[in-house]
Design a protein around this ligand. Structure first.
Ligand code: ADP
Ligand code: MG
Length: 728
């Protein structure tokens, strides 16, 4: 009789690519399901349209009358798209998105009904949200949480539902989501950057942070996925011997994409494009069955909403193609994990990318100002950057010789390094002569030329300058980018404010503006030197070097999460108006809880799979061997029979050793889990799960993977890596 695994694999062999209906130009679909500005112009009276623009650009509140008009227009438009329901779409701290659907339909008398949606329903909703994580902010008796409309991200229709992007806050006004602090951080960096831009260009009145994410993922056939409880419940293979052929040939990377996969990609991209997500890039990634999807960058809040929408779409549409998408950071040990590079920059209303070198000395000084301030921000707050990307999944990836290390550093390339060194050495103390200034300006003026051949991109750095943006590479593939973007924009805002103040003091003392800026930059360059690292971030030498430099190496999530309680971190978020001490504490608590749950579930699944799948399979095989040995003895007699059964006997012994060691390690882990569960404080519990429970995973896995190699392939219950990782 075939095992579940064999049946599943048979299914896989019979699969053919799914047919995609749409054959037209995708450009014609772009934004079709979005209530964007052009649609608003068409559907809204002109005063309501003006209020909307005002609200989108400056965050001003719409009054009741306008909100009613917008709601009514939104509904009329959504009905033309076939929508029957609406939902406030929000980002609770679970990490995914949430929605609660309500019908437009409203009975108004016997046999009579209308489609209703007004300003009240648009602006605010009270979902029954008592089960979303709140870190102790909402007592259950005041379990109410509100969602409130975010006009800066347009509403959209998915299926038959109008989705309205919202923030999620408690009854007492504390944020319970990612969006609200993100909007605050974006606002903070806007103000701080506009102030600094005034030194260079008085026309700058608005600065937007931009985000271009790159989403990596694995695809696994649905049948194989369903035959692996570990993948189903935790998103990663807790067991599994590496396939004989892994990624060493590098034949998958940028190779041709299998047809079944192309069909899937086309399908979700088409949907994404209708939702206004400008996805343009798709390719194979390094590991077999690993892929990447990336859009053109957008304003940060919108880009982040789009990433969350896309992750959702990818999961939904994968099922249509008999795939499951794995967004986990490390689904398969032995091959690369998945990240989500966050490309970040700042753009002005005048169309300037503040992190792109300009055409003349003046704009280059502006570039240099934002560039150096970013490095200083990273230097001063590297621990928070580490904390904001910490998760149980990302722990398997960071520092795994394929992903950025857990040590935060910044890579800027040799040319810019030389330039910064130059400024550090050559800006003279005391008053600068006109010649000094001219020389420096000349140097700065050369930036665009030197940048042209800035090709030495370092893939091993967690935070790299890539010509016209920084790329934060340590973000995990399943993460909400907001977590990283809240931190990056907050620390940048803080740094720019400090910078502005210092430059103003110098100007007040009589230094010229350019001189004041240059001298301040020189100071920042000196102070932030240790965060700059151009070498190989994967090497062991870097770990030692980083330690000498005094850079922190927070190796796992619990240690990284402790940062949120540091005095300077609490103060920073409070004074910048992003998160109150209470909100921050709640977030830390939630993160600890998330970590505990993730590791706990993995530990449980390990136990279940061992007891109910591995041990029975191994015993079955032992019985086969025993029968065979007994048969040989029966036929050949005891001595000759045993001799003839040498291989089988040895195999039985090896199997027994691994099975017993596996079971012993699993039992020890179980005891450790019981002890951990007794701890009341979530921080202690997270540490116990990390240091006492999780530490047994590798040993357990080692023995299971050995057994996989010893037991008859026909009897092994779990789909193997070679079956899962090579879609044809
Ligand atoms: P890779 O890192 O894979 O080599 P690229 O360097 O080509 O990729 O670009 C990666 C991403 O950077 C793209 O998704 C693009 O949208 C984004 N990007 C480009 N310019 C900016 C910018 N000014 N702000 C934010 N993201 C940007
Ligand atoms: Mg990249």
């Amino acid at each position: 009789m075939a095992t579940k695994r064999q049946k599943a694999y048979q299914d896989v062999l019979n699969r053919t690519p799914k047919h995609i209906d749409y054959d037209g130009k995708v450009s014609e679909l772009f934004g079709k399901s979005v209530f964007h500005l052009e649609i608003m112009r068409e559907y809204l009276p002109s005063d309501a349209f003006k209020s909307m623009i005002e609200s989108i650009q400056n965050g001003t509140r719409l009054d009741r009358k306008m909100a009613d008009q917008v709601a009514s227009a939104m509904k009329d438009w959504a009905l033309t798209k076939g929508a029957t329901h609406y939902t406030h779409w929000f980002q609770p701290l679970t990490g995914s998105t949430a929605e609660k659907h309500d019908a437009f339909f409203k009975p108004v008398g016997p046999g009579k009904a209308i489609e209703r949606f007004d300003g009240d329903l648009l602006v605010q909703q009270e979902p029954d949200a008592s089960s979303f994580p709140n870190g102790g902010i909402r007592n259950t008796f005041e379990a109410r949480g509100y969602t409130a409309w975010d006009p800066s991200s347009p509403a959209f229709v998915i299926g038959k539902t109008l989705c309205i992007p919202t923030i999620f806050i408690s009854y007492t006004g504390e944020s319970l989501d990612y969006k609200m602090p993100l909007l605050k951080a974006l606002n903070a960096v806007d103000q701080a950057a506009v102030d600094v831009c005034q030194y260079f260009d008085k026309n700058v009145t608005k600065v937007n942070a931009t985000l271009g994410w790159e989403q990596e993922y694995f695809l696994i056939d649905q049948a194989l996925f369903n035959a692996r409880p570990d993948l189903m419940m935790t998103g990663r293979a807790l067991f599994g011997h590496a396939a004989a052929k892994g990624q060493q040939l590098e034949d998958h990377y940028f190779g041709s994409i299998p047809e079944r996969v192309t069909a899937y990609m086309r399908d979700f991209e088409t949907e994404a494009i209708q939702l206004g997500i400008p996805v343009t890039t798709r390719h194979n990634e390094v590991a077999p069955n690993q892929f990447e999807c990336a859009p053109i960058f957008e304003e940060c809040n919108l880009a982040n909403d789009h990433n969350l929408m896309l992750m959702d779409l990818m999961e939904k549409i994968a099922r249509k193609h008999d795939f499951r998408v794995l967004l986990h950071e490390k689904p398969f040990s032995g091959v690369n994990g998945s990240g989500k590079h966050n490309n970040w920059s700042l753009a002005t209303n005048t169309g300037v990318n503040l992190l792109a070198p300009g055409k003349n000395p003046k704009s280059n000084l502006q570039f240099l100002t934002f560039f150096v301030n970013t490095i200083k921000a990273i230097h001063d707050h590297s621990d928070i950057l580490r904390a904001c990307i910490a998760s149980a999944g990302n722990d398997h990836r960071l520092g795994a010789n394929e992903a950025p290390p857990a040590i935060i550093s910044a890579f800027i390339g040799t040319q810019l390094s030389t330039l910064l060194d130059d400024i550090e050495l050559n800006v003279k103390a005391g008053k600068m002569t006109p010649e000094d200034k001219t020389e420096l300006k000349l140097n700065i003026g050369k930036i665009p030329q030197i940048m042209l051949d800035n090709t030495d991109r370092n893939r091993t750095s967690p935070f790299a300058f890539t010509g016209n943006k920084f790329e934060f590479r340590a973000v995990g593939s399943s993460a909400n980018c907001a977590s990283a973007m809240i931190v990056l924009n907050t620390i940048m805002a803080k740094q720019l404010k400090v910078f502005k103040k210092s430059v103003d003091v110098r100007i007040d003392k009589g230094e010229s503006k350019d001189e004041a800026i240059l001298k301040e930059l020189q100071k920042l360059i000196k102070e932030s030197k240790k965060i700059r690292f151009e070498g190989n971030g994967y090497g062991d030498e870097w770990v030692k070097d980083a330690e000498k430099r005094g850079l922190k190496n927070l190796k796992d999530t619990p240690r990284a999460l402790q940062v949120w309680a540091d005095k300077h971190v609490v103060k920073l978020f409070d004074e910048m108006g992003i998160l109150t001490p209470r909100e921050l504490e709640a977030r830390q608590e939630i993160e600890f809880e998330n970590y505990i749950m993730k590791v706990q579930i993995e530990a449980r699944i390990m136990g279940d799979v061992i007891n109910s799948m591995i041990i029975p399979a191994v015993v079955n095989y032992q019985n086969v061997l025993l029968q065979n040995i007994q048969g040989l003895i029966d036929v050949l007699g005891a001595k000759a029979g045993k001799e003839a059964a040498n291989t089988q006997i040895e195999l039985i012994q090896r199997i027994a050793i691994h099975m017993n060691k596996m079971k012993a390690a699993a039992d020890t882990m179980l005891m450790a889990r019981k002890d951990a569960n007794k701890l009341g404080h979530s921080e202690d519990k997270a540490f116990a799960y990390c240091d006492k429970v999780r530490v047994h995973f590798d040993e357990i896995r080692y023995h299971v993977d050995k057994l996989e190699m010893l037991v008859d392939d026909e009897l092994w219950p779990l789909p193997k890596f070679r079956e899962m990782l090579f879609t044809r």
